[in-house]
Design a protein around this ligand. Structure first.
Ligand SMILES: *[C@@H]1O[C@H](CO)[C@@H](O)[C@H](O)[C@H]1NC(C)=O
Ligand SMILES: *[C@@H]1O[C@H](CO)[C@@H](O)[C@H](O)[C@H]1NC(C)=O
Length: 422
């Protein structure tokens, strides 16, 4: 299954701390040799301030009690950095350790530096130190301290580039703390900031969009409104272009979000287009499922890909939790499209394809018809479903109409699933 593992491609667009959970996940799935995973972790961690952790991994990996010289040296650097920061950062961390003071800052974002300078001896140098101290904490793996300091830094900072950098750091810290609500807010803020930064070189703009999309995967697959947010972001022209130019593998995540998210069928055409455009550059069982089913109407092919999807999602850090929802939604799509193409379908053969008994299959179809999802009649004598119209446009019109029903349709289709399982 390693051929579909996107960890190497994704890691290129992540902060090293964010790669860590991915490696842990891969380790738990047994796709790779344990020693290889540990070595990859060590390579990441020796560049951070988590020196003791690095020593642990090194010693386990090499079956030794020895501390390598490079790590000993690294520890010295980390401590020296703290010493050099401590003096400058102390006034501001003291200030922040009082809740009343923090309220002052929250009330007035443009809090006047003169006031801070006079009352608390806090000037630009201290604010600067706060940024570096936050970064130092982040590198030490103290993400809660980092998140807090970065948050305050941003309210005080007047340095545009570092304000953006502090927001990236805040997103990463929130993700690592699993604070997905606040990570979502920051992702959206970051997007706004990047969107207005149109003077940056094009390559840099593309790179930042790619980063944003990769970092947001952590949030989108963990937040209740994440799938909508993913579709909104990835489907924007400039972001879709960034996917096509730099990160075609993100199509897997877009495809899953669209298939699972029944409310967003209106973006299916765009997905079809981009997946087929990129098929020579990038494909995996998820994108192939989409292509086979929606572009080629190749049902056997789609079924074959769907079987592989289960394994792909199961070994994908971001998608493992969406696996069941994806499989269910994909099966329903498969069925609906199958019905659209065929004039008359035997319920028996359908039930075999869907792996349900005939009675449940018939019930399911009756419900689809009732909900105006399917324009068909059941011929009970012949044991077939007879389609009333085959034209795609009529079906699309039907979809248009049912989309207006919004939530009601959604409830009904949930009821359909209930009936299907029963
Ligand atoms: C701080 O506030 C005072 C009084 O409102 C004002 O005169 C001063 O210019 C402000 N200083 C800065 C740096 O904004
Ligand atoms: C993280 O930083 C905070 C603030 O500097 C400190 O109080 C706390 O002990 C640190 N936590 C760890 C685990 O080092």
């Amino acid at each position: 299954m390693t051929q579909y593992d996107l960890t190497p491609a994704i890691s290129k667009h992540l902060d090293k701390h964010l790669i860590f959970p991915l490696l842990e996940f891969l380790g738990s799935k047994g796709l790779y040799d344990v020693a290889d995973i540990e070595a990859a972790k060590l390579a990441l961690i020796e560049k951070t301030n988590m020196v003791d952790y690095a020593v642990d991994i090194y010693q386990q990996l090499n079956q030794t009690d020895e501390v390598p010289e490079s790590l000993r040296q690294r520890r010295g650097e980390v401590v020296a950095k703290l010493k050099s920061l401590e003096g400058a950062v102390k006034p501001i961390t003291d200030f922040l350790s009082n809740e009343e003071n923090v309220k002052l800052l929250k009330q007035d974002k443009t809090q006047n530096m003169t006031f801070l300078q006079k009352e608390f001896n806090i000037g630009p140098e201290q604010v600067d130190a706060l940024y570096h101290f936050a970064k130092w904490n982040f590198e030490c793996g103290n993400y809660s301290a980092a998140a807090e300091y970065l948050y305050h830094y941003r309210t005080l900072s007047t340095h545009p580039e570092r304000t953006i950098a502090s927001l990236w750091g805040k997103v990463a810290a929130d993700v690592l703390l699993q604070e997905f609500g606040s990570a979502m807010d920051d992702i959206l803020k970051l997007k706004e900031m990047l969107d207005v930064d149109t003077f940056a070189p094009v390559a840099k703009q593309l790179q930042q969009k790619a980063w944003l999309m990769h970092w947001s995967l952590f949030v989108f697959f963990n937040h209740e409104n994440g799938l909508n947010a993913l579709i909104d972001l990835f489907m924007q022209d400039r972001y879709l272009t960034a996917i096509q130019l730099t990160s075609q593998h993100l199509l897997r995540y877009l495809a899953v979000a669209v298939v699972v998210n029944k409310r967003r069928r209106n973006v299916l055409n765009d997905l079809k287009r981009v997946v087929s455009q990129e098929a020579y550059e990038y494909s995996d069982p998820v994108t192939e499922f989409v292509r086979c089913l929606f572009v080629d109407y190749d049902f056997d092919g789609a079924q074959e890909q769907l079987a592989k999807c289960e394994e792909v999602l199961d070994t994908d850090f971001f998608l493992v939790a969406a696996k069941d929802a994806f499989m269910e939604a994909a099966r329903q799509f498969l069925f609906e499209n199958y019905c659209r193409i065929h004039q008359a379908i035997s319920i028996k053969s359908l039930s075999e394809k869907l792996n349900m008994d005939e009675e449940a299959t018939e019930k399911w179809i009756v419900n689809l018809i009732r909900n105006a999802r399917l324009n068909a009649k059941i011929d009970s004598k012949a044991g077939t479903v007879v389609m009333q119209t085959q034209t795609q446009s009529a079906y699309e019109q039907l979809l248009e109409r049912s989309r207006g029903l919004g939530l009601r349709t959604l409830d009904l289709s949930n009821a359909v699933f209930g009936a299907m399982r029963a």
